[in-house]
Write a protein of this length. Sequence first.
Length: 176
Amino acid sequence: MFEGAPTLLGALAGGVGLFLLGMGLMTDGMKLAAGPALATLLAKATRTRRRALASGVLMTALVQSSSTVTVAAIGFVNAGLLGLSQALWVLFGSNVGTTVTGWLVAMVGLKIQIEALALPLIGVGALLRLTGTHQRRGAVGMALAGLGRCSWASTCCARPLPVLPAASRCRKATTP
């Protein structure tokens, strides 16, 4: 094993832990904050397969992150606001939306880094949670902080891995 393995494994375990904690926070916040309006909106947006697919495409094109749409869809399923089959069509749409995002970036040059919003989301969410205990505002804060934590966790896990010493030796051996 190479010398950076403990650091790499620690970062991976921490990233997965942050993601799971964020998912729990977001799900609990959505359960508390979700009134009938959100449930009705989600039901209308995902009534048919085509609508769910279109919702996934639209949301991914707007936020420019299929990961964020995926995390939100899973959170809605966990909160009981979205059925699994509806969420699958949203995720299919999210994959198509990733392509739309690529075209937007290529044509316009517009790219929003959703990871850059992770810490502000956590901060705003914590502020709302602390100032709105036992209120809807606190539940929305929990959901925002959870979303920010999930985004931050994906950033932690997506950092480039160090080049393995064995891989560099292999490359040297195969290069003329």
